[in-house]
Ligand binder design. Structure first.
Ligand SMILES: Nc1nc2c(ncn2[C@@H]2O[C@H](COP(=O)(O)OP(=O)(O)OP(=O)(O)O)[C@@H](O)[C@H]2O)c(=O)[nH]1
Ligand SMILES: [Mg+2]
Length: 240
């Protein structure tokens, strides 16, 4: 029967970096069940951040990026000999378990994530994360827009109204109504990043009887991300 496992030999390209993107399944329902604050629930984001950190450490990632219900994980060393089925299934289930472990909530259904793999070059890394960050901004404008409209109109009227509006029109409409999206918290506009940072540590070297300074890296969670560009990814050593 082993030869019936026809997808098991599918592998990611050799010598390629990969991004694994996870997306919460039916999280609009989970948001309802858990009564999440609209449009942004800070506790939910804190949990998403913990999931990013767990994934980052377990799979030796070099960068993790999250907004809404999605997480992108950049991996330099490919786990499970590059087997696509194994990478997708293990990482998605690890994320779901981590999500439940960190969430102090009574779930109505077991949460799950879908997962896909994107092989990337260095240039693609910057383009990919800029693309997701643009999506984070679109999501920010749309979700604030629909929340505001639903506070004024019925759900169906609000949905109809927002369908006819362009992104800059929603932004302007909110501004005219006293909501300036430029002033809201950075993570809502640009998402959250997890990466390694170096810090200086000073210790006493007993043998030589001197103070010594060295660099130690630690996992950093960035709630104040800049707008992504090449320099940012160079600075955090994600690309050379
Ligand atoms: N209230 C609230 N909802 C959120 C928050 N973050 C994400 N969500 C919900 O998560 C959904 C994510 O969008 P999608 O991934 O397109 O929708 P989905 O229901 O997960 O559907 P599939 O991914 O296709 O299974 C949003 O539409 C919101 O309903 C939040 O901070 N607050
Ligand atoms: Mg989803």
């Amino acid at each position: 029967m082993k030869d019936y496992e026809v997808y098991s030999s599918l592998k990611v390209p050799k010598n390629s970096r990969i991004i694994v993107r996870l997306d919460g399944r039916s999280f609009h329902k989970l948001a309802e069940d858990l009564n999440l604050v609209k449009p942004y629930d800070e506790d939910f984001y804190k949990v998403l951040c913990e999931v990013c950190k767990d994934l980052f450490s377990e799979f030796s990632a070099s960068f993790a990026y999250a907004f809404s219900d999605e997480i992108s994980l950049l991996l330099d060393s490919i786990p499970f000999e590059g087997r696509v089925e194994k990478i997708n299934s293990v990482i998605a289930s690890y994320a779901a378990s981590s999500f439940v472990l960190h969430y102090n909530a009574q779930f109505k259904k077991p949460p799950s994530f879908d997962s896909r793999i994107i092989p990337v070059s260095d240039d693609d890394v910057v383009r990919y994360f800029k693309w997701r960050q643009d999506e984070s901004w679109r999501n920010c404008v749309n979700s604030h827009g629909i929340s505001y409209l639903k506070s004024k109109y019925s759900n169906s009227r609000a949905n109809d109204k927002i369908k006819g509006m362009k992104l800059n029109e929603i932004h302007e409409f909110l501004f005219q109504n006293g909501i300036n999206l430029n002033d809201i918290e950075t993570y809502k506009k640009r998402g959250i990043g997890v990466y390694r940072k170096n810090k200086k540590v000073t210790g006493f070297n007993k043998k030589d009887n001197v103070n010594q300074t060295s660099q130690r890296s630690y996992v950093y969670t960035d709630w104040e991300l800049p707008i992504f560009n090449e320099d940012f990814f160079k600075q955090i050593d994600v690309i050379s």
